[in-house]
Design a protein around this ligand. Structure first.
Ligand SMILES: NC(=O)c1ccc[n+]([C@@H]2O[C@H](COP(=O)([O-])OP(=O)(O)OC[C@H]3O[C@@H](n4cnc5c(N)ncnc54)[C@H](O)[C@@H]3O)[C@@H](O)[C@H]2O)c1
Length: 327
């Protein structure tokens, strides 16, 4: 059984708390939250909330610190957790700077604790199936993919930290990194990356990137520079030699020459909260994997700290290119 302290009682903190409550091999033991919001979490989940990580680690026995804090705090909290001998699950992106990511990886190695970053799209059922189709060669070789992710600017963040480029890295680093990470998961390191973008006053608000991996191509568009009430959308269209696998505003569909299109069924985990059913999507699969791999002392094969660090480095390169082309 892994005893988990969640740091950050906001949007992702609640998602993770809901998942741990459903996992047989994990037990929530406390929260860390600097605002009053911690008390609502303590009441909802029946474990205490503390004002600082130090306090929490002194007051409750734990094995894991799960970091659901604004991105500019990932580095500091990971180092503190590793120093206290705790395994770390940290939300994406790993950090704001590659140097910080490297330091986090080294600190966890030195402390002999595990580190995994929440690149949940690698675990999202539709995307995981797409990776399997590619790896098993069912539709032949993957020739190209479009990956899209957009929506209105997220208004929920504490003190609007998402709107501060110095804390979140803007839409490209906070949101579009999901698709960059998935493109790298499919193809490895790109040979060429070309990016353009537009500024929304909070950094790059919309980014357009084309990556070449040998003769395979990925085109990615992502951003939050859209008006309120624009529904969030994530989509892909993967063109293989013998067919296409796509998800574009509806269920995932696989279309193969001469065969009836197929719509695979997925078992999504849901949770009841405040009268709403909320889909836990890939977050459930991701944290289940993390807990199992830590308890069983097995490597993280799907998402490693190094792959998360490479995704950060790639997105920072995209942002630098997009900015340089704006002037
Ligand atoms: N994987 C995903 O799909 C996904 C989705 C959304 C956000 N995220 C990531 O999750 C992380 C958290 O984002 P969020 O949307 O939950 O933000 P949020 O603003 O909703 O929550 C952050 C919480 O941290 C608390 N906090 C801030 N400073 C603190 C401190 N020093 N000590 C203790 N608590 C502190 C805030 O009060 C707030 O409650 C970010 O890195 C973000 O990029 C990932």
């Amino acid at each position: 059984m892994l005893r988990v302290v969640i740091a950050g009682c906001g949007f992702m903190g609640r998602m993770h708390a809901n998942v741990y409550s459903l996992l047989d091999r994990a037990q929530l033991v406390g929260f860390v939250e600097s605002s009053n919001g911690g008390q609502a979490f303590a009441k909802d989940f029946g474990v205490p909330a503390f004002g600082s990580l130090n306090e929490a680690l002194k007051a409750v026995e734990s094995d894991v610190v799960d970091i659901c804090l604004p991105t500019d705090l990932h580095h500091e909290f990971t180092l503190a957790a590793a120093d206290a001998g705790k395994h770390v699950f940290c939300e994406k992106p790993i950090a704001l700077r590659v140097e910080d990511a490297d330091e986090m990886i080294l600190a966890c190695q030195a402390a002999k604790v595990r580190l995994m970053i929440g690149h949940c799209i690698r675990f999202w059922p539709e995307y995981a199936l797409l990776k399997k189709i590619k790896d098993e060669g069912r539709l032949g070789r993957l020739k190209s993919i479009n990956l899209t992710r957009y929506g209105e600017f997220p208004s929920w963040s504490h003190e609007n930290w998402l709107g501060d480029e110095k804390r979140s890295g803007g839409a490209a680093l906070d949101m579009h990194i999901h698709d960059t990470d998935f493109a790298l998961y499919l193809f490895g390191q790109p040979d060429e990356v070309v990016s353009f973008g537009t500024d929304d006053g909070r950094g790059i608000g919309q980014i357009f990137t084309t990556m070449r991996f040998g003769d395979q191509v990925a085109h990615l568009e992502g951003g939050w520079n859209l008006p309120k009430k624009t529904a969030f959308k994530m989509a892909f269209r993967a063109i293989f030699e013998k067919g296409v696998a796509m998800m574009d505003g509806g269920p995932m569909t696989i279309i193969e020459q001469g065969i009836e299109p197929e719509t695979p069924k997925f078992a999504h985990m849901s949770v009841q909260g405040d009268g709403n059913i909320s889909d836990l999507g890939g977050y459930f699969v991701e944290l289940d994997h993390f807990v199992d791999r830590v308890i069983d002392n097995k490597p993280f094969e799907i998402s490693t700290p190094e792959s998360s660090r490479n995704s950060l480095a790639t997105v920072l390169g995209e942002i630098a290119q997009a900015k340089s082309r704006m002037s």
